[in-house]
Ligand binder design. Structure first.
Ligand SMILES: *Cc1c(COP(=O)(O)O)cnc(C)c1O
Length: 325
């Protein structure tokens, strides 16, 4: 039974616990034991880490009497796709505010947003923040009772799901020395770091920054973790010194797949039959490979790669992936 979240309002969207598996061929290639936590298999409309957050966010929206979920992201946002699916599952409207100019039709996550019946608002020349605020105001005025989910679902409510996820991992008997994962809007990272602290887990919670310099992400994650502790009623404060962020793998920026990400995608696919994504898990896996090969992650340390999903975005990168094959 859950120690951290026993009384939290929560809907059951995810298939939990997600499996933890060995990666025998990859472990041999990297000269150390590597296991994987399969949050790409959470189950909601092709899965991913946002499903766990949405279990709590959707329950919070329902408690508030919301009729519409509003959120935003990049055109290939996994978070937007999963929010659209959660809204459809719960019989709510969904409005997604996407960055940039309209892209008709759609491929990858954008195709799925359309299939799932979300209404799309394109920010165009406006900033995404501004477009999001305008959209919420419009939904309120129209009587649609919107519930705003921040980018990546990374409010304290959403982040709490990853404190529970760490508890789930420990209940599976796992005690890795290092847990490595992709960190972007900070909710996954904040929840895992908080869960580790609250449950006395001493392994390193090692976030690979996807799109921002380490100081900014550390600050964001520490603040969010502390707010999440408040939400969960835990007497815990986390500071920047408690948060591990590695920002050496930012490559050419958010959403730009380079050779490191592509190589990692190919290695996982061909050695283990596992699908990563070009934006998040491909980048985190590239970091894992580099850190293992350089010896920076010592060979006697057990390593857990937390797979956060994202493979639907592969289709949006098929030209670049195929050209290189
Ligand atoms: C959103 C996302 C992440 C990052 O999680 P945050 O909680 O936003 O830091 C990692 N991997 C995938 C596939 C994602 O969609």
């Amino acid at each position: 039974m859950s120690e951290l979240g026993a009384d939290l309002p929560r809907v059951r969207l995810a298939q939990l616990p997600t499996p933890v598996q060995d990666l025998p061929r990859l472990s041999t290639l990297l000269g150390r034991r590597v296991r994987i936590k399969r949050d790409d298999q959470t189950g909601l409309a092709l899965g991913g880490n946002k499903t766990r957050k949405l279990e709590l966010l959707l329950a919070d929206a329902q408690t508030a009497g919301a009729r519409t979920l509003v959120t935003g992201g990049a055109p290939q946002s996994n978070h937007c796709r999963q929010t659209a699916a959660a809204a459809a599952w719960a019989g709510l409207r969904c409005v997604l505010v996407l960055g940039g100019a309209p892209r008709p039709g759609g491929v990858g996550n954008l195709l799925l947003d359309n299939l799932l019946g979300a209404e799309l608002v394109w920010a165009g020349d406006r900033s995404r923040d501004e477009a999001l605020a305008t959209t919420v105001a419009r939904e309120v005025a129209a009587g649609h009772r919107p519930y705003l989910i921040p980018y990546g679902g990374s409010s304290p409510v959403g982040a709490a799901a990853y404190a529970l996820a760490l508890e789930e991992l420990l209940a599976q008997g796992e005690r890795p020395d290092v847990i490595l994962f992709a960190s972007s809007s900070g909710g996954t990272h904040a929840g895992l770091a908080l869960g580790a602290r609250a449950l006395g887990f001493g392994g390193r919670i090692y976030g690979i920054s996807i799109d921002q310099p380490a100081p900014a992400l550390r600050q964001l994650v520490a603040e969010l973790a502390t707010q999440t502790a408040e939400y969960l009623g835990l007497p815990v404060t986390l500071g920047e010194q408690d948060i591990i962020v590695d920002d050496r793998f930012l490559g050419d920026g958010y959403g730009v797949m380079g050779s490191a990400e592509r190589d990692a995608i190919l290695l996982f696919a061909r050695s283990e039959g596992l699908l990563l994504d070009p934006v998040y898990t491909g980048r985190a896996a590239a970091a894992l490979i580099a850190l293992a090969r350089s010896g920076e992650l010592a060979a006697d340390k057990s390593l857990l790669f937390w797979h956060t999903g994202g493979a639907p975005a592969l289709w949006a990168y098929s030209d670049d992936l195929i050209r290189e094959l």
